[in-house]
Design a protein around this ligand. Structure first.
Ligand SMILES: [Zn+2]
Length: 253
């Protein structure tokens, strides 16, 4: 069990494990990273840590009105994710283009994620929990669990095994890579929290870039603030603090 407080004593880097220089975030939909980890991403990039995204679907089942031409949604959502990334200091954004609502942890998806992991060479991977969270069902949308499961399978064993998806190595020269840390967002049992109070406005600005998803919400900031207050109280942080929580897993060496 670790918390921001314990980590701050050991680690000046705000709860970020030592040796982390590159981070890869894998999510199902455009906007998932901004809702679940926007404050964390802003913290990482401010510390000079390089962050890349892999977005599995184009979020083409999203939106809230019939006015927008559905055929335009993938392009709109990609552009919104690129704009949100800019707010948080992220420019390396990889879109896999799978169909929203149909994501499965298939070998095609796993291989695509392994390919990006081997290019990015992250020490830390952030993804969505592959386990059902009964307290917050929307956090474990089937696509979210599929993205988390495909990422976990990619982490162990495929990305570290040179003989898994061997054409990645033989044809593309992408060598095996071992990732040290996994953080799961949306998990029912978080064990690691970051104090992201100072990043709140930046996070709201990043979420707001997803106008096709959130522009109809009356009190987006109030809703997100409540979630982050809850996370802070669960972490045992002082009142008034805003936090983001993850389940942190140390992967085998
Ligand atoms: Zn989502």
């Amino acid at each position: 069990m670790s918390s921001i407080n314990q980590n701050l004593e050991k680690d000046e880097r705000f709860g970020i494990p030592e040796g982390v220089e590159r981070v890869l975030v894998v999510t199902a939909h455009p906007d998932d990273v901004d809702f679940g980890a926007g404050g964390t991403i802003a913290t990482l990039t401010e510390l000079g840590i390089s962050v890349s995204y892999c977005i599995c679907t184009d979020g083409d089942a999203g939106g809230f009105d019939d006015e927008t031409d559905r055929a335009q949604i993938p392009a709109i959502r990609r552009a919104e994710q690129i704009a949100a990334g800019k707010v948080l200091g992220v420019s390396d954004i990889n879109f896999l283009g799978y169909k929203d609502g149909y994501l499965e942890p298939s070998h095609d998806v796993q291989k695509d994620i392994v390919q990006i992991m081997r290019k990015v060479k992250p020490q830390l991977v952030i993804t969505q929990t592959p386990e059902r969270n009964w307290e917050r069902l929307p956090a474990t949308h089937p696509d979210h669990m599929a993205a988390g499961e495909a990422t976990t399978r990619a982490l162990y064993p495929a990305v570290r095994n040179p003989y898994a998806y061997s054409d990645l190595r033989l044809k593309e020269g992408l060598e095996a890579w071992t990732v040290s840390w996994l953080w799961l967002q949306g998990d029912a049992n978080p064990n690691h929290w970051l104090d992201v109070t100072s990043k709140f406005d930046q996070k709201i600005q990043a979420i707001s870039a997803h106008a096709s998803q959130v522009s109809h919400l009356d009190d987006l900031a109030g809703m997100v603030r409540e979630w982050q207050k809850l996370a802070a109280s669960r972490a045992g942080l002082p009142e008034g603090t805003l936090a983001e929580g993850f389940r942190q897993i140390k992967l085998p060496d």
